[in-house]
Ligand binder design. Structure first.
Ligand code: CTP
Ligand code: ZN
Length: 153
């Protein structure tokens, strides 16, 4: 890639979440709980050209790695995402995200009558199914716009 095509600077240490489904970058930041007050350097590219995806988003977070549960939920927002760990400017690890079997505590059930929305000590749990994610408590299925149901929002 030539210099004039590089839209977002390389980072020294941290995580690059690449090949994010276009439109999902802000949801990825929400999953990471990043709103800018934490002091991490964060760069975002939105709707940048991609050979494989046509358009993609990209999120670069300096000085931060991701937990498995964060990667799990990102896999539902951005199934093609790659998570690159960068140290001293080199990509030392690159992983494709994988759909998890279950998502615990990261999504809010859209059913207002669900026990997970009552003031009870239960943690929301969704099973990942072919057409979305299904609440293990009430059976409600979230089929699209999973980012609208993040518990962190
Ligand atoms: N990257 C970065 N800072 C670095 C190294 C890499 O921001 N110090 C970014 C690159 O810009 C790219 C991603 O991390 O968006 C992955 O880097 P790399 O594996 O070098 O790029 P590609 O080979 O193009 O990745 P892929 O094959 O996954 O498309
Ligand atoms: Zn429910």
């Amino acid at each position: 890639m030539s210099d004039h095509e590089l839209r977002v600077s390389k980072i020294r240490d941290g995580t690059v979440i690449d090949h994010v489904t276009a439109g999902q970058a802000l949801n990825v930041l929400a999953v990471l709980g990043i709103d800018g007050d934490e002091g991490f350097g964060v760069s975002i590219g939105m709707n940048v050209p991609s050979d494989t995806l046509g358009r993609k988003d990209i999120v670069k977070v300096e000085g931060r790695e991701l937990s498995q549960s964060e990667v799990d939920i990102i896999s539902l927002l951005a199934p093609e995402a790659t998570v690159n760990i960068v140290r001293e400017f080199d990509v030392i690890e690159k992983n494709r995200v994988e759909r998890p079997e279950r998502v615990v505590g990261l999504l809010r059930c859209p059913n207002h009558n669900c026990i997970t929305n009552a003031d009870e000590p239960v943690v929301s749990t969704f099973r990942v199914v072919d057409d979305g994610v299904r609440c293990e408590y009430c059976g409600e299925i979230i089929r699209s716009e999973i980012g609208d149901h993040l518990a962190v929002n």
